[in-house]
Design a protein around this ligand. Sequence first.
Ligand SMILES: Cc1cc2nc3c(=O)[nH]c(=O)nc-3n(C[C@H](O)[C@H](O)[C@H](O)COP(=O)(O)OP(=O)(O)OC[C@H]3O[C@@H](n4cnc5c(N)ncnc54)[C@H](O)[C@@H]3O)c2cc1C
Length: 346
Amino acid sequence: MKVIPQASLRTYHTFGFEITASYLVIIESLEDVRSMFMDPMNSDLLSLKDGWMVIGEGSNLMFTRHFEGTVILMRIQGIEVVKEDERYVYLEVGAGEHWHNLVRHSLSKGWGGLENLSLIPGSVGAAPVQNIGAYGVEVEAYIVAVDVYDLMTRSLKTIGHKECMFGYRDSLFKRAGRDRFIITRVSFRLEKVRTPVLDYAPLRELFVSTGIGHPSPMAVSDAVIGIRQSKLPDPAVVGNAGSFFKNPVISKIELEGLQALYPNIPYYPVEEGMKIPAGWLIEQCGWKGFRAGAVGCYHKQALVLVHFGGGQPADLIDLARRIRTSVQVRFSVHLEAEVNIVGDRL
Ligand SMILES: Cc1cc2nc3c(=O)[nH]c(=O)nc-3n(C[C@H](O)[C@H](O)[C@H](O)COP(=O)(O)OP(=O)(O)OC[C@H]3O[C@@H](n4cnc5c(N)ncnc54)[C@H](O)[C@@H]3O)c2cc1C
């Protein structure tokens, strides 16, 4: 276990703001986790004002100020096949593995399931936290269980799929389990015989136009990578954390009210109501491509807020608040942050 006092977090989160934490602790094994929370020598690390938090690759985080606490960097590695049969392969994967590496590794072995989730930044351990999803697939469909260190009982525990309470960009780990569970390993069930999921129209059209009716998982992955690279900013080039806001879900009556004013408003029926693309709402308010000094709204996708470098977190928070207010005033729709805000409230 490595402890770094007064650490810069600039390279540990994809917005790239110059932010510091009182301590940064690098965890590479279960032994490190136990030592962090059980060894009295480390009690100082747990008793600071902001407490502690775990991060993977910081691609879904927005620090608003110095973190007066301990940031635990999850770096437990390992991809292990624990069982297989004719149809499925069961994997246990260390929480610190890079997500996209797991996707490409599994595809190279001929195991399908994660291809639509290619190139999502971040770590394996964070994938269940917000139930990552893209191009018609959510990761929960392939998660069997999540291994955690439980701070309440100070012991290791396995949480089954049902108990994880997965929802749209949501899970137990974002709610009641937030300051209780440290995810150390995730178990997946992948498919040896795979039917591609081509619900997302641009993906389907890409294969229809090339006459490929049943693309391989690897071909789907390549297509997703191509689409993502053409639409989303690379955090290595311009600071961002992907979608800043969640797509709001409104009632059918609220949608009808909006349709009377905006007949072209896009929507998708979901279990809880009608989902509206937040990017469309933000774009309608004129923010797409907007820049205020070091921060702005990405010119190809209004839902992505960007930090061009040299700015302060307050600049971005101010922009996010202005965007949220303008959507509220124009559409009476409340935008909720998808990004985890750490520090002051949005
Ligand atoms: C360009 C870009 C595109 C993106 N596209 C998508 C997309 O298509 N779909 C999507 O769903 N997301 C997307 N994201 C968001 C992000 O990639 C995912 O949320 C990813 O899972 C975050 O992983 P991370 O390791 O960086 O998590 P972090 O940002 O480090 O952490 C995120 C949250 O998870 C918690 N956490 C992390 N690791 C652990 C752990 N081991 N135990 C307990 N809690 C933990 C943290 O405390 C924090 O609350 C995108 C981000 C970017 C920058």
